[in-house]
Design a protein around this ligand. Sequence first.
Ligand code: ADP
Length: 241
Amino acid sequence: MEKPEKLIVDGKRLDGRGPEELRPLKIQAGALKRADGSAYVELGANKVLAAVYGPRELHPRHMQQPDTAVLRCRYNMAPFSVEERKRPGPDRRSVEISKVIREALEPVVFTKLYPRSGIDVFVEVLQADAGTRTAGITAAAVALADAGVPMRDLVSAVAVGKVDDTIVLDLTKEEDQFGTTDMPVAMLPRKRVITLLQMDGSFIEEEFERALALAMKGCEQIYEAQKQALKARYSIKPEEG
Ligand code: ADP
C-alpha cells in the first residue's frame, strides 16, 4: 500500500467518512449451525466470524477448575484475509490478540455458574482491514449471548486513533498504517467499564481524553447494532404466533 499524501481532505477521510463516523456495520447473530452460538460481523471491509462452544466439560481435564468455568479464546486470521497471503497457524500477534480478547470478554461471563466446564470462543478473520480484534470482540459477545451463556452485559469494541492530527473513530488499514496512533477499546456498554485498552503510537493527555470519549460513543453505536442482531434472531415473528 502506498502512502497517500493526506489521509484527511477538507474534513473528510479517504473513504468519505467524517472523523467521528463508523464504517458500515452489519451484525448477524447465529450464523453457524453446529456451534452452540455464533455471530458474523462486517465492519467496512472486515469480515469476522465468531463461534462459541459450551459451557461443556473441559478437556484436557487437568485444566478444569473446581469452582469456575474456564474461558478459552482463539483468534485466527485466514490466509486469504490479507493482501499478501498470511502464513497459516498461530503467531505472536494472534497469541496476544487471543489473550486480550479473553480478558475483554471474561468480566461479563458468569463463569462461577459452571465449575469444571470450558467455554470456547473462536474468532475467525475472513477479511481484514484494521480493527479485527475489536470486531472479533463485538462478534464474540453476540456469539456468547447466542449460545445462551449467562452474561452481566454485552461487550462492544472499536478502535480510535489519530491521523493527520485529527482524532478519528474506526481506522481503516490505510489510516492504521500511515496514521500516528491506533487505540483499540472494548467496553461493557451498560456499566461503561473498559475491558480492553491498547495503544500503538501516542496521545497527549487531552487527546487521550477525547479519543476515549469518542471510542465510548462508538461502542454505544455498536451495542445498539448488537442488540438489534440478537432481537432479530430471537423475536417471535407475528406469523409464528
Ligand atoms: P487489528 O486488526 O486489531 O487492528 P493490528 O493493528 O495488528 O490489529 O493489524 C491491523 C491490520 O493490519 C489488520 O486488520 C490487517 O488488515 C493487517 N495485518 C495484520 N497482520 C497481518 C499480516 N500478518 N499480514 C498482512 N496484514 C496484516
